[in-house]
Design a binder for this molecule. Structure first.
Ligand code: SF4
Length: 218
């Protein structure tokens, strides 16, 4: 991916991204982008490595979108983190490119929709205007469990472009994860795992003589 970043605000600081995951962090075949940087620091966050605002890498959101769109199977993009609303200008640029190409867009934020609207930030409002589905609210370890596309009960799946459909309350709750192993033995987990799932999986593999490092992207 070639990056032509003309100024800092237009650059997107990302932790990682994955192409063509299926039915995790949103429906269908999608790309997932984890942004770098989160000030919220929820207790038991599954991705504290995304908190720092200095690490990760800077990319041009237009170039990232172009790279994603080269894969014709992609139906949508999910932006998770990290906290996407801490980089609203660059995230809006990525989402705008995806919407222009007819793809669906999901965004995960630790802030509630009400909190985001109350900020009165034009960049944030623009970002929300390109967001089909917002999964909102901090991760609350006291209500963590097995939920579809979210980690704790307080978090909501909000269809922003169709306000008649606020939440998928009729969908059976289940966790969906995509787990891949690279050639160096590092396991990569995409999705929101139930509490303690990753530790139990690691222990079960260890008892069978398999030692793994894992990286997770919620
Ligand atoms: S769960 Fe999300 S909002 Fe909370 S600290 Fe982790 S990355 Fe930030």
């Amino acid at each position: 991916m070639t990056n032509n970043i003309d100024n800092k605000e237009s650059a997107l600081r990302i932790h990682d991204w994955r192409l063509a995951v299926r039915d995790v962090l949103g429906p269908g075949i999608r790309a997932v982008v984890w942004v770098q940087g989160c000030s919220l620091h929820c207790d038991d966050c599954i991705a504290p490595e995304t908190w720092s605002k200095e690490s990760g890498s800077l990319v041009d959101p237009h170039v990232l979108a172009e790279t994603i769109l080269k894969n014709e199977t992609i139906e949508g993009v999910t932006v998770s983190g990290g906290e996407p609303t801490e980089q609203p200008y660059a995230v809006a640029e990525l989402l705008a490119c995806m919407k222009l190409a007819g793809k669906n867009t999901w965004v995960y934020s630790g802030h509630t929709l009400d909190e985001l609207v109350a900020k009165n930030d034009p960049d944030l409002d623009r970002m929300l205007s390109f967001t089909d589905v917002l999964v909102d609210g901090r991760f609350d370890k006291m209500s963590a469990g097995i939920y579809t596309c979210r980690g704790s009960e307080n978090q909501r799946i909000l269809h922003l472009q169709d306000l008649g459909q606020m939440e998928d309350s009729d969908v059976k709750e289940q966790s969906r994860l995509e787990i891949t192993l690279d050639k160096d033995g590092q396991m990569f987990v995409v999705g929101v795992p139930p509490p303690e799932f990753l530790n139990k999986l690691k222990d079960a593999l260890f008892r069978r003589g398999v030692q793994v490092d894992y990286k997770s992207g919620g």
